[in-house]
Write a protein that binds this ligand. Structure first.
Ligand code: IPE
Ligand code: IPE
Ligand code: MG
Length: 230
C-alpha cells in the first residue's frame, strides 16, 4: 500500500499547447485537477500526498507566468477549503514559503488553519521548494539550534527537514514523461519507487493514478537486502 505518494505535476504547458490554449490555461486546469486526484488517492488508502507545485527554479520563468501561478494559490485555497473540511483533508506546505507573495501566504495560512484538525489525508504542497534548498535550510537550522548536537546521524538530521513527522514517500509519480527529479525531495526519495506517466498533469485522472498504484504493488522493494519486503 502506498502510504505517502509524491507527485511531480508536470506538463501543464504542453497540455495547453496541444489544445491551442495559453500556458495559463494549462496551469488553471492543472490546479483544478488537484482536488480530484487528492480524493481519488484517499480512496486507495493514501494518507500523505505531496505535490510539487512550484520549485525554487520556477522563479526563473517569465514574470507574467510566475504571477499567474502565485494568483492561483488563493484561488485554489478558496475553492477547495469547503471540500477539504468535508473530506478530512489537512493542508500543509513545504518549501521556502516566505518567498511567496503575502496574498498567497495569507490564503495558505487560512486554509492550513481551517483544516488543521483533519486527519484522513495530509495534502502537502511543495511551494518554492527545492531539495537542495531543504537540505541547506536543515543544515542552517541545525547550526542555529540551541541544543546543537556535536555529531549527527541520519535520524537526527532528518528532524531538521521541513516535515520531519511525514514518512518518506513510498511512490513518486512524475507526469508528462520527463525522467528526472528536478530537485524534488532529494533526501526523502532515496528509496521510493519511481513511476513516470506519459500523461500531462491536467489530463492525469483516477484511472492513470490507479495504473501507477497497481504498478507499485508489483514492485519488489528490497532496500538493499536479498528478499523483497512489502
Ligand atoms: C508544471 O507544468 C507546472 C509547474 C512547473 C509550475 P509546466 O509548466 O512545467 O509544463 P510543461 O513542462 O512546460 O509542459
Ligand atoms: C518540476 O517541473 C517542478 C514542478 C512540477 C513544480 P519543471 O517543469 O519545472 O521541471 P524541468 O524544468 O522540466 O526540470
Ligand atoms: Mg515542466
Amino acid at each position: 500500500m502506498v502510504n505517502h505518494l509524491a507527485i511531480i505535476m508536470d506538463g501543464n504547458g504542453r497540455w495547453a499547447q496541444q489544445r491551442g490554449l495559453s500556458r495559463s490555461e494549462g496551469h488553471r486546469a492543472g490546479a483544478e485537477n488537484i482536488g480530484k486526484i487528492a480524493e481519488a488517492a484517499m480512496k486507495y488508502g493514501v494518507r500523505y500526498l505531496t505535490l510539487y507545485a512550484f520549485s525554487t527554479e520556477n522563479w526563473k520563468r517569465p514574470a507574467p507566468e510566475v504571477n499567474f501561478l502565485m494568483k492561483l494559490i488563493p484561488v485554489f485555497c478558496k475553492s477547495r477549503i469547503a471540500a477539504m473540511v468535508k473530506n478530512g483533508i489537512r493542508l500543509r506546505t513545504v518549501g521556502r514559503t516566505g518567498d511567496l507573495p503575502l496574498f498567497a501566504r495569507k490564503a495558505l495560512l487560512e486554509a492550513i488553519d481551517k483544516t488543521k484538525d483533519n486527519d484522513k489525508l495530509t495534502l502537502n504542497l511543495a511551494l518554492s521548494y527545492g531539495g537542495r534548498a531543504e537540505i541547506v535550510d536543515a543544515v542552517n537550522a541545525l547550526l542555529q539550534a540551541p541544543d546543537r548536537p556535536e555529531k549527527i546521524d541520519e535520524a537526527t538530521f532528518s528532524r531538521y527537514l521541513y516535515a520531519p513527522d511525514i514518512p518518506d514517500p513510498d511512490l513518486m509519480i512524475r507526469t508528462s514523461g520527463e525522467m528526472r527529479l528536478s530537485n524534488f525531495l532529494l533526501w526523502e526519495l532515496s528509496y521510493s519507487e519511481l513511476y513516470v506517466s506519459p500523461v500531462h498533469w491536467p489530463a492525469f485522472d483516477e484511472a492513470e493514478l490507479k495504473k501507477a498504484l497497481d504498478a507499485f504493488e508489483n514492485r519488489n522493494r528490497r532496500f538493499g537486502d536479498v528478499a523483497a519486503k512489502k
